[in-house]
Design a protein around this ligand. Structure first.
Ligand code: CA
Length: 221
């Protein structure tokens, strides 16, 4: 899952980025409005976290313009504008939730989880052969055994499992799991795939994560 933060106070955005990355989200930051809108409109994000008062373009304007293109991607305001009228105005501009500064990270995290919660009919557990991944508890099991993964390994496995049966291009994996400052030329993705295969102790019959030569990877039961 990839989140875009549009926030001009770098102390706040750095704190948020670190906290959210520890929860295995991929996070990009824009520190002014126009860049924020441009990035948001790339369509690469699962959620936007918007400040209201921003140089360039206000969060409200970003929200309105973004909603013309993307109806389903959740937007959360994170702002010092705390009156009832402002809150209502923010929500009416197309935001799904409104969090006032100062905020508690744990609460914000929970609100993000609520927005990204599987829609009814979707499940929070995903299966790949003998492997079960739970996006709510952040646990991975193979049979009875729990497999301890790093945040990035978990995010990578989640991406592959969510796209089970489809060829996942390396670029798409990188965009979803790492942030935009990632060096696309490094072989780090292969290192992570190998680490994942090792930790999951995949035998020859359990060829769940297959390499698609020159393109990327595919998850198969
Ligand atoms: Ca601001």
């Amino acid at each position: 899952m990839r989140i875009l933060i549009v926030e001009d106070e770098t102390a706040i955005s750095a704190f948020l980025k670190q906290g959210l990355e520890e929860e295995s989200y991929a996070v990009d930051v824009a520190d002014e409005g126009k860049t924020g809108l441009q990035l948001a409109l790339s369509g690469d994000y699962d959620l936007l976290l918007l400040d209201w008062a921003l140089p360039g373009l206000s969060g409200i304007e970003i929200c309105r313009q973004f909603r013309k293109e993307f109806l389903d991607i959740p937007i959360i305001f994170l702002t010092a504008k705390d009156t009832v009228d402002e809150t209502i105005f923010g929500l009416q501009s197309g935001a799904n939730d409104y969090v006032k500064k100062p905020f508690h990270f744990e609460e914000l995290l929970e609100r993000i989880r609520v927005q990204l919660r599987p829609k009814s009919g979707e499940h929070s557990t995903f299966k790949l052969g003998k492997i079960i991944l739970n996006t709510e508890t952040h646990q991975v099991h193979k049979g009875d055994q729990e497999i301890i993964l790093t945040q990035k390994e978990f995010a990578l496995l989640e991406y592959l499992i969510r796209n089970k049966g489809k060829v996942c291009r390396r670029m798409r994996i990188i965009e979803s799991v790492w942030d935009m400052h990632f060096d696309y030329n490094t072989g780090v993705i292969d290192v992570y795939i190998n680490a994942l295969r090792k930790k999951l102790k995949l035998s020859e019959e359990e060829n769940y994560i297959q390499t698609v030569r020159g393109i990327g990877y595919i998850a198969k039961d």
